[in-house]
Design a protein around this ligand. Structure first.
Ligand code: ATP
Ligand code: MG
Length: 313
């Protein structure tokens, strides 16, 4: 994977209070801290609440094989939108049930739809475009000119970058363990479908680490899982690039890494080591604030370890 395949995304600037239960922006909108379901925007087409549509599996790029046994791949399946899990700055995440009618074949999916229009923050795309070589000049002009086609394309490239990163990490996790990411089910344009991390019976998403108040033993276990995952990432040559307690979910004591469109190639990207160090500082500070001894989360030592694992220093 080259640097320009996975450009660095800018910092999110959460600033003060970023270790609170949720992002201030989320609270301002009056939403509760737990990811709960709300009615999705009613749309004119057949993915309105309660409505369903044919599974898009056959039109999409599929995730790594072997496909997990729980995944419904039958073409006769229907997708039902169950509601919004979270609206974010770049994407909305919906909960969808994919089921074969009149059978017990069914699975829950988290569907992340990158915004392609005015609602996204374009300054991040500007940095992204700088680092990226796009061969076809029509596409280049469209992206530079921010035409509707160009915006759609940029959103599609974020989706594709996240799908590629999740696919690679899922394969590594399946083979060696020590890292957990949602299984990337499929990619279709600006939409990613992922394994739903949470309670399938309740349709309740796993909490973000930021919302958790783990007991000391679980806190230590989560930290150890995080170090393991970061070592795996570093050995593969990556840094997350936007790691925070909001991009880690905790499900049944297991730490699951999400939100990876900006994954950084630490070998090719001259800023790679800085991204790695920032990731470590942000999550280390959360664990220290929650009571893990500062010696155990020493950011300089962990960053040095990760750089060695990546073969850089
Ligand atoms: N596979 C999943 N299973 C369950 N919940 C998920 C899954 N993926 C994402 N979510 C929920 O949706 C939220 C947003 O996902 P993600 O961080 O990937 O998108 P984002 O648009 O970058 O969000 P933000 O701007 O808030 O960082 C997550 O914090 C999590 O609560
Ligand atoms: Mg996120």
């Amino acid at each position: 994977m080259r640097d320009d395949d996975f450009p660095a995304r800018g910092r999110r600037g959460r600033g003060k209070g970023r270790f609170d239960d949720d992002e201030p922006q989320f609270l301002k909108r009056g939403r509760p801290a737990e990811p709960v379901l709300t009615d999705p925007d009613p749309g004119p087409d057949d993915d309105a609440p309660g409505g369903d549509a044919w599974s898009t599996w056959d039109q999409a790029v599929h995730g790594p094989e072997p496909h997990p046994a729980w995944l419904v791949t039958e073409l006769a399946a229907r997708d039902t939108d169950l509601g919004v899990l979270k609206t974010g700055k770049e994407a909305d995440v919906h909960l969808v049930r994919r089921a074969v009618p009149d059978t017990d074949r069914s699975c829950l999916l988290a569907v992340k739809r990158y915004r392609d229009a005015q609602h996204r923050l374009f300054h991040r795309d500007a940095g992204y475009l700088e680092g990226r070589r796009v061969r076809r000049s029509r596409e280049n002009r469209a992206m530079a000119g921010r035409t509707a086609f160009g915006r759609q394309m940029i959103a599609g490239q974020w989706a594709a970058a996240e799908f590629a990163a999740l696919s690679r990490l899922w394969e590594i996790g399946a083979e060696h363990g020590r890292i957990s990411v949602p299984y990337p089910v499929q990619l279709l344009g600006t939409e990613l479908m992922l394994e739903f991390v949470g309670d399938p019976d309740e349709g309740l998403a796993a909490p973000r680490l930021a919302q958790c108040r783990p007991e000391p033993a679980e806190l230590r276990s989560l930290w150890e899982q995080l170090v393991d995952a970061l070592v795996v990432l570093a050995r593969a040559g990556y840094a997350h690039g936007d790691l925070s307690p909001y991009n880690l979910l905790v499900h049944a004591g297991r730490l699951v890494m999400i939100d990876l469109p900006q994954v950084v190639d630490v070998v090719a990207n001259p800023q790679g080591p800085e991204f790695m160090a920032r990731d470590v500082r942000v999550v280390g500070a959360w664990f220290t604030a929650r009571g893990l001894p500062a010696d155990d989360t020493d950011p300089a030592a962990l960053t040095a370890l990760l750089l060695r694992e990546a073969g850089i220093r």
